[in-house]
Design a protein around this ligand. Sequence first.
Ligand code: NAD
Length: 433
Amino acid sequence: MNLAVIGTGYVGLVTGVCFSDIGHRVTCVDKDAAKVEKLRAGQSPIYEPGLEELIRKNMNEGRLHVTTDLESAVEEAEIVVLAVGTPQSVNGEANLQYIEQAAREVATAMNGYKIIVVKSTVPVGTNERIAARIGGLTEHPFDVVSVPEFLREGSAIKDTFHPDRIVIGAASREAAEKIKELHQPLTTKMMLTDLRSAEMIKYASNAFLATKISFINEIANLCELVGADVAQVAQGMGYDRRIGDSFLNAGVGYGGSCFPKDTQALIQIAGNVNYDFKLLRSVVEVNKNQRFNVFNQLVRLLNGLHHKTVGVWGLSFKPNTDDVRDAPSLEIVGMLLASGAKVKIYDPVAMERFCEMLNDPSVICCSSASEAASNSDAVCLLTEWDEFRHLDLKHIASLMRQPILVDGRNVYTAEDLNGAGLIYRSVGRPMLS
Ligand code: NAD
């Protein structure tokens, strides 16, 4: 099939590249000319394992194209996928300006029947509103189909090729069947539903996962007070198939471009129909407070932060991505700097994006975990990159002014710490050292 994918961000690019890899002809469109230029040169504008290789392969084989010219891409396509951002507005609602603009541009470029697939996460009722807008701008027939995206950054390609499910929301049975056919090579459960339910499935899924994280963080905080070990507790809970073991890692809380904005948006969606989503409001509040725990530990252990040096390991909101949007690191580094600490940061891939977003020249960029630890009074670990698991902690301790490690992701075990000589604190576990 011929596809145009509008937006080459974390979702649009991976979607376009994976569809081309299963044999469709795909044109990826972005209004950001620099991104398109980079892609044309066979380079990925984002860090996502395996993506660059797939971009090159499918470009060389002639199935994948990139352009800033939305009009021609839409003219040539039977299916147009909208994958532009829906960031958070100041009041917490999803900001729909990009999706509305993209829908307008698609409507005016249409030259015949098109199926418009909305992959962006949008509040319930938005697909219907988009359909009404497009209908007001074009004489050509079309259908709008909601196919919410569930990929995880860092494993986006695997998630796209092997999703747990594909949700297809549509008012038209024929359009839904066509989109089912588009996904056919992916052998997974495909669920056909209505537009509003599809939109809600996305928000409900993210809100549920965020709830699991905040729940285990509350249990972790309680474990600290009663002398239990949250890692053991989560393991024991996870054996119960009704609970499952994923999303039960206690730490500094969730971040990223989805959970924070999608939980806020769902609270707003509820508020708009006078429903007070109390549980979700608490989930958000617990998550906000969780970021303070690491900071407070540092203040306590260092007796204040003024003139102290703190190394920070890990800046991206999770490992294997360079995405720092709403990452706990932004807030924690901000608090450290505001408290008068000198902050030395290190992340394997997210340094550039982090510095751009933090925009504070006083932060000191390091090229390795040991450089960030050197002459520091403490180090705090905020992202569980694999390379941090393999550090020689004894050597790290020898480089530090004070051998203090605050582990915001519960990466290390008693065995790892054995003989390292570190003062070690983690989240919801007994003191190990
Ligand atoms: P992103 O910000 O990384 O990318 C959006 C891209 O769209 C940008 O490159 C931007 O330049 C481009 N764009 C905006 N308007 C355009 C227009 N009119 N024409 C052409 N290009 C345009 O966003 P993302 O992280 O890929 O997220 C996209 C959507 O998918 C959001 O609704 C998000 O909530 C949802 N989602 C994201 C993830 C994730 O892990 N990032 C997972 C599931 C769902």
